[in-house]
Design a protein around this ligand. Structure first.
Ligand code: BTN
Length: 259
């Protein structure tokens, strides 16, 4: 387990929506405009297409018009000792919320640690988290990209095994329906995280994860690449990787790939 700074949520008193037909990136816009957001509201920035969508580890996020969900959930946190929120758990509970609402729509998605959303083993969505300091608050920006109605030929250009709800479910789904379900579920889960901590999500998170004990994998983050086996998950959501020399190393963020 890691000894992390903790935060409390500034009371959520409603939702403010910003929609853009075209934008460079909902996360970039949110970061640039966070000083104008209401500190007591959740601000949801959504776009029909992104011209410079960003993924984790400096990758691009392919964001064609009219087919997918590109959205950033923004809200304010206060640094406070002995509170229940650790920053790394926020994208994890957003990913849990996505799996929950997809279940309601008839899809059984899974998670790849820490917060990639997979369907039938292929990437369906991902989350890019960023923060910016505004006065005494931290504005947390949780950017979600979810492939909804993207067709197979466009998916082939993504550069990794990826899929969409259309490809897997053979039916079109309104992107706005997903956003409506998700905003309710995420706000509920965020309030629960604030009140109860990540422990109350732990069993559910573990069940949604695709990894099996002893599975060989490559781990990388911005500074290192390691080969090892999936060892276990800690109650704070961090991953234990067993290295080839038997040592077990714990990580809060990074990316893993099965070998
Ligand atoms: C990943 O690499 O898995 C994370 C992808 C996150 C993409 C979303 S789309 C909405 C928001 N705006 C961005 O530029 N990125 C995130």
């Amino acid at each position: 387990m890691h000894n992390l700074p903790t935060f409390s949520l500034v009371l959520l008193n409603g939702i403010e929506h910003h929609f853009f037909p075209t934008i460079d990136s909902t996360n970039t816009w949110a970061k640039q405009n966070a000083h104008n957001f209401h500190t007591d509201k959740i601000t949801i920035v959504t776009a029909d297409q992104q011209t410079a969508g960003r993924g984790r580890l400096n990758r691009k996020w392919i964001s064609p018009p009219g087919v997918n969900l590109y959205t950033s959930f923004c809200f304010f946190l206060m640094p406070n000792q002995n509170q229940k929120i650790s920053l790394t758990n926020i994208p994890q509970i957003l990913a849990i919320s996505v799996v929950e609402i997809l279940l309601e729509l008839g899809f059984t998605a899974q998670l790849k640690w820490p917060n990639d959303i997979l369907l039938n083993g292929k990437k369906l969505g991902g989350i890019l988290s960023e923060t910016t300091q505004i006065d005494e608050f931290i504005c947390f920006i949780a950017g979600l990209g979810l492939n909804v109605n993207m067709t197979l030929n466009v998916l082939e250009g993504v550069g990794q095994p990826a899929t969409s709800l259309l490809v897997e479910g053979k039916r079109l789904i309104e992107v706005s329906e997903i956003l409506n379900l998700l905003q309710t579920q995420f706000m509920k889960n965020l309030t629960r995280l604030n009140n109860e901590g990540f422990m109350s999500f732990f069993d559910q998170y573990r069940q949604f994860l695709i990894h099996l004990a002893n599975q060989s994998m490559q781990f990388h983050n911005n500074s290192e690449v390691l080969i090892g086996k999936f060892h276990s998950l800690n109650q704070d959501g961090s991953l234990n990787l067993e290295l080839n020399d038997g040592a077990v190393k714990s990580f809060l963020v990074g990316e893993i790939q099965s070998l």
